[in-house]
Design a protein around this ligand. Structure first.
Ligand code: SPV
Ligand code: MG
Length: 291
C-alpha cells in the first residue's frame, strides 16, 4: 500500500489508531522502528527543534526541507501539521502539490489566521478563520491533489478559542461538506467533556482525529468507546529529548569529563545504525574500485 493509502486506511478504520510525533529524520526513524503506523510532523516540535516559536517563524519551505528528511528516513505515512496552510487557498494548494512530491501522506490545516499561535498559548484571544474562506481552502487543496488517497484533515479550533459545541459542529460539518477527509477536533480541557459532546452529536459523519495532550489522564479505551478514529501523541519525543539533552549537558558541564556519561548515552554504533551506515559500506564495496 502507498503511504497515502495507509494513512487513509487508518483514518477510515473504525478501530483506534495512533500516530506519534517526530520533528526530524532521526526521530521519524525511531517512531517507525518503535512500531507506530504513522508519524505526526508536529508544527510545535519542528519549530521548537529549529529553535523558533510555533508562530510560523520557520517558513513553509524550511518545514518542507525537514519533511523531506523525515520522509526519506521512513516508510510509514507522515501527516503534516500544516498550521493554517501558510496563507490563503493558493498557498495551501501549492503546499499540497509540494507535499505530494515529497511522499507526504496528508496534511492537517487549522481554522485560525496566519501567522498562527499554538493552541495552548492565550487561546481564547485567537480569532478563527472565516468559515467560508476556510472551506474554499479545503476545496482548493482537494482539487490540487493528484493522489486520491492524499488526506486533508480539517482541524476545528472552536473549543480551543472558547466557542461552544454549536460552533464546533457548524464548522466540522462545513469542512466535511467542503471535502475534508477527517475532522481534527481539538480541546484544551483536562477532561473529555468537549470531545464527548462533539462525538455524540457528530454521529460518525466522517473520521475524527484527536490530540489528547491536555486530557492525558483519560484512559485510551475511552477514545475507542467514543468512536474516535485516530489519536495523535503530539509532542512527546521533543519533550523527552529536551530533558535528555538538559541532563547530559548539565552533567558534562559539572564534571568536565566524559567518564561517567559514556555508559549512559546511546552508543555511537547505534547512531551509525540509525543512519544506515551498513548500507553505505556495502555500496562502497559494490561501486568503488577495489584497492
Ligand atoms: C502540534 O503538535 O504542533 C499541534 C498540536 O498542532 S498542539 O500543539 O496541541 O496544538
Ligand atoms: Mg501545531
Amino acid at each position: 500500500m502507498r503511504k497515502t493509502q495507509q494513512l487513509m486506511a487508518m483514518l477510515k478504520s473504525t478501530s483506534l489508531d495512533f500516530i506519534m510525533e517526530a520533528h526530524n529524520g532521526l526521530s521519524a526513524k525511531i517512531v517507525e522502528e518503535t512500531g507506530f503506523k504513522g508519524i505526526w510532523a508536529s508544527g510545535l516540535s519542528i519549530s521548537a527543534s529549529l529553535g523558533v516559536r510555533d508562530n510560523n517563524e520557520a517558513s513553509w519551505t524550511q518545514v518542507l526541507d525537514v519533511l523531506e528528511f523525515m520522509s526519506d528516513a521512513t516508510s510509514i505515512p507522515i501527516l503534516l501539521d500544516g498550521d493554517t496552510g501558510y496563507g490563503n487557498f493558493n498557498n495551501a494548494r501549492r503546499l499540497v502539490k509540494k507535499l505530494e512530491q515529497r511522499g507526504i501522506a496528508g496534511v492537517c490545516i487549522e481554522d485560525k489566521l496566519f501567522p498562527k499561535t499554538n493552541s495552548f498559548i492565550n487561546a481564547s484571544a485567537q480569532p478563527l478563520a472565516d468559515i467560508h474562506e476556510f472551506c474554499g481552502k479545503i476545496r482548493a487543496m482537494k482539487d490540487m491533489q493528484t493522489d486520491d488517497d492524499f488526506a486533508v484533515v480539517a482541524r476545528v479550533e472552536a473549543f480551543i478559542t472558547g466557542w461552544g459545541l454549536e460552533e464546533a459542529l457548524r464548522r466540522a460539518e462545513a469542512y466535511r461538506q467542503a471535502g475534508a477527509d477527517a475532522i481534527l477536533m481539538h480541546s484544551k480541557r483536562a477532561d473529555t467533556l468537549e470531545i464527548e459532546a462533539f462525538m455524540q452529536e457528530w454521529g460518525g459523519r466522517s473520521p475524527v482525529v484527536i490530540v489528547p495532550t491536555k486530557y492525558y489522564t483519560t484512559p485510551t479505551v475511552k477514545f475507542q468507546e467514543l468512536g474516535v478514529n485516530l489519536v495523535i501523541w503530539a509532542n512527546h519525543n521533543l519533550r523527552a529529548s529536551i530533558d535528555a539533552m538538559k541532563k547530559i549537558s548539565g552533567q558534562i558541564m559539572r564534571e568536565h569529563s566524559l567518564a561517567h556519561v559514556e555508559g549512559v548515552v546511546t552508543p555511537l554504533e547505534e547512531v551509525f545504525r540509525l543512519q544506515g551506515a551498513d548500507e553505505l559500506e556495502m555500496a562502497e564495496k559494490k561501486y568503488l574500485p577495489a584497492v
